[in-house]
Design a protein around this ligand. Structure first.
Ligand code: NDP
Length: 451
């Protein structure tokens, strides 16, 4: 790595002690943009372009007190990392999960800047959430928590300022409670302040499906560029949430056979193909555990997860692996098993699901990697389409939104391919995604002066 990059990385490490996820995300980007930095080293160094890019514009943390069903007061911590407003209002999801901390919020916010730049739409980067655990909470508890969270967050967001959406633990139900409280405080209907809304009060058709569908559109393009397709492929998917379910749906439509889905307790292995309607019923309607799949399909296998180890999903033989649960879910160890089992391509539905070692191992073994920044950008792109529908006070049909999403994913793939080819790393879409998005952001940063 050149001296400037090295210095910025060291400084970032010193400034962000105890934030391993954030440092991992920064390192991954910085190591792959070296050829671009070389071309503009003097001016980037003089204007501290990288130093500015790795420092969030603003981090907000706040207290979230709420009352549980037993009358006991609980206190959680809320976050909003407004990372970059360079190319549009801050935009990125909210995550409710006990593991949430500043490092995770910052890594997600940082990734979001690059992802949003790749969509070609006017959206900046942000992330937020809380260490609140929605599992096992009643609807009323979820509502009270969301209302308290929004009672603080509302002063920092707005349709032209910052537009949150969902992420792990935040789906349609939570967005509804958050929106209701925002509207009540503001005494105005400002539809574009949150995305992922239900269709009945301003949401977009196909937003729920968008991240998973977009992942498969990207995978389709990537395989096509290497004279291959999804048809007849065996696919393993981790997670059974929003991204996993709709990735499975589109993969099956494209002729692939999805044989696994999981949650943090374990994984279902159905060699003849997963019954997705049942998974939707368990996860979207009953909010149950994936193990309940066995009640209807006792012939399927259930493999219990081991705490502290990677999901058992990665031990199942397949052509394509789609990690759609959480960060660092594929370690080097799992990468080795996947390669040994003959995996051809990995598509990152989750954010940063592979460790740096795992990604490098895939690339060294000529496995195609669809990087999260590009491959899961369909969700936020469709959120931007939701925002534009809110501004127009007009709705597109499902097919219209899906067609726009498809076109955006094709454009994103082409941008990644072009950048990888231009810098002599053909087939390395991880590098392609980082370079294509970085160049756009660096140009915008240079144009806007020292801010
Ligand atoms: P959901 O909450 O709908 O589903 C998350 C799934 O992943 C659940 O099955 C959950 O299991 C599992 N999971 C979460 N954390 C862990 C963990 N620490 N260990 C094992 N399994 C875990 O979230 P989404 O589907 O929305 O998000 C999944 C991933 O996709 C995240 O990385 C998110 O950042 C990313 N993403 C989401 C987008 C969206 O539009 N929703 C857009 C772009 C990226 P359990 O129920 O047991 O916790």
């Amino acid at each position: 790595m050149n001296e400037y990059l090295n210095r910025v990385l060291k400084q970032t490490e010193q400034n962000n002690l105890n934030e391993p996820e954030y440092l991992q995300a920064v390192k991954e980007v910085l190591t792959s943009i070296e050829p671009v930095i070389e071309q503009h080293k003097e001016i980037y160094e003089k204007t501290a372009l990288l130093e500015r890019m790795v420092e969030p514009e603003r981090i907000i943390t706040f207290r979230v007190p709420w009352v549980d069903d037993n009358g006991q007061v609980q206190v959680n911590r809320g976050y909003r990392v407004q990372f970059s407003s360079l190319i549009g209002p801050y935009k990125g999801g909210l995550r409710f999960h006990p593991s949430v901390n500043q490092s995770i919020m910052k890594f997600l916010g940082f990734e979001q800047i690059f992802k949003n730049a790749l969509t070609g739409l006017p959206i900046g980067g942000a992330k937020g959430g809380s260490n609140f655990d929605p599992k096992g909470k009643s609807d009323n508890e979820i509502m009270r928590f969301c209302q308290s969270f929004m009672t603080e967050l509302y002063r920092h967001i707005g349709a032209d300022v910052d537009v949150p959406a969902g992420d792990i633990g935040v789906g349609g139900r939570e967005i509804g409670y958050l929106f209701g409280q925002y509207k009540r405080i503001r005494n105005a209907y400002e539809g574009g302040v949150l995305t992922g809304k239900d269709i009945c009060y301003g949401g977009s058709l196909a937003r729920k499906e968008a991240t998973g569908y977009g992942l498969i559109f990207f995978m389709r393009e990537m395989l096509k560029a290497h004279n291959d397709s999804l048809d007849g492929k065996t696919v393993i998917i981790s997670g059974s949430g929003n991204v996993a379910i709709y990735a499975a749906e589109k993969a099956a439509e494209a002729g692939a056979k999805v044989v696994t889905m999981s949650d943090s307790n374990g994984c279902i292995y159905a060699p003849d193909g997963i019954d997705l309607d049942l998974v939707k019923q368990i996860k979207e309607v009953e909010r149950g555990r994936i193990k309940e799949y066995l009640k209807v399909h006792p012939e399927a296998q259930y493999i219990e997860a081991v705490k502290g180890e990677d999901s058992p999903v990665w031990t199942i033989k397949a052509d394509i692996a789609l990690p759609c649960a959480t960060q660092n879910e594929i370690s080097l160890n799992s990468a080795k098993i996947l390669v040994k089992n003959g995996v051809k391509a990995v598509g990152e539905g989750a954010n940063m699901p592979c460790t740096i070692d795992a990604t490098n191992y895939f690339l060294e073994n000529n496995i195609l990697v669809a990087p999260a920044k590009a491959a899961n950008a369909g969700g936020v792109a469709t959120s931007a389409i939701e925002m534009s529908q809110n501004s127009m006070r007009f709705y597109y049909t499902f097919d219209e939104v899906e067609e726009k999403l498809d076109r955006i994913m094709v454009n994103i793939f082409n941008a990644c391919k072009q950048a990888a080819d231009e810098y002599n790393h053909s087939g390395n879409y991880v590098m392609g995604a980082n370079i294509a998005s970085f160049k756009k952001l660096a140009d915008a940063m240079s144009a806007q002066g020292i801010v």
